[in-house]
Write a protein that binds this ligand. Structure first.
Ligand SMILES: Nc1ncnc2c1ncn2[C@@H]1O[C@H](COP(=O)(O)OP(=O)(O)OP(=O)(O)O)[C@@H](O)[C@H]1O
Ligand SMILES: [Mg+2]
Length: 255
């Protein structure tokens, strides 16, 4: 199978810190790739580089064969790469369905004149986009909460809303930065269920996660970072037995 995304010698420095050092990583189309590593090993930095939030210091990022490492975040999103954030980033003053509708702007076809005149075309489009937003909320089990403010949702549902908002971009590749962090077991089973549906819908995913039980269930292949470098890659079972990985994690626990 083809790779949807490849990085070549991707490097990011913050002053004296090398947060990502020469990362060569390939994400296979239709698969879920895991990215694990101790705290501060560079996982979020990697996602921030792919999604265009941090320009790389050096190296390249190829998305469907095209170099994207110098493109702005909004262009990368419209090419088909969506993400969620390690710390939830929702629009607090918008309700649940409005948070999802924000991602639908790029699908709006009405002209400025149509909008100014409030034509039937605009009303038709608004209805169509609303229905789409509700469909994405349905996937994550939030269609019954459409009119609530995010602050009135339990934590697990706020995380699910972030996923719905990313899905509403209709991405080819979804980057999930610790979607199950701080969750109860029930909430985490719900995120796994959502990921199964996305996989059936052929959405390729990159999953950053600390909980090994979650990684084991969710991914086809895993990369392991330590101090910004890839120290291992393979199936979960291969990684679990890898001595460099075990010592990176034991070192982390002994801190
Ligand atoms: N914007 C920034 N400015 C300066 N240093 C940064 C910045 N973002 C990350 N770093 C540093 O880069 C290194 C990697 O951080 P990163 O957040 O990518 O790690 P992580 O693997 O996501 O960790 P965690 O598991 O805690 O989320 C850390 O040393 C961090 O302090
Ligand atoms: Mg992180």
């Amino acid at each position: 199978m083809a790779n949807i995304l490849e990085t070549k010698a991707l490097t990011k420095r913050f002053g004296g810190i090398v947060a990502n050092r020469g990362i060569n990583l390939a994400i296979e189309q239709g698969k879920t790739t895991g990215l694990i590593g101790p705290n501060g090993s560079g996982k979020s930095t990697f996602i921030n580089q792919i999604s265009g939030m941090f320009p790389p210091t050096s190296g390249s990022i190829l998305f469907e064969g095209e170099e994207i490492s110098r493109k702005p975040a909004c262009e990368i999103a419209s090419m088909g790469i969506a993400r969620t954030f390690q710390r939830i980033q929702l629009f607090g003053h918008l309700n649940v369905v409005e948070n999802v509708l924000v991602s639908r702007c790029k699908f709006m076809r009405a002209s400025a004149l149509d909008i100014a005149l409030g034509t039937a075309r605009v009303r038709h489009e608004e209805k169509a986009q609303f229905d789409k937003a509700m469909e994405f909320l349905g996937i994550v089990g939030l269609d019954g909460d459409a009119w609530k403010l995010p602050s009135n949702l339990p934590y697990g549902k706020r995380r699910a809303l972030e996923i719905a908002r990313a899905l509403a971009l209709e991405p080819l590749l979804l980057l999930l930065d610790e979607p199950a962090a701080g969750m109860t077991k029930e909430e985490f089973v719900e995120i796994l269920r959502i990921m199964e549906i996305l996989k059936e819908r052929k959405i390729t995913m990159l999953l950053v996660e600390h909980t090994m039980e979650f990684i084991r269930k969710a991914v086809d292949r895993v990369y392991v970072l330590n101090f910004g470098e890839v120290i291992a890659q393979g199936s979960f079972e291969e990684i679990e037995r890898n001595k460099a990985v075990i010592s990176a994690y034991l070192g982390d626990e002994n801190e």
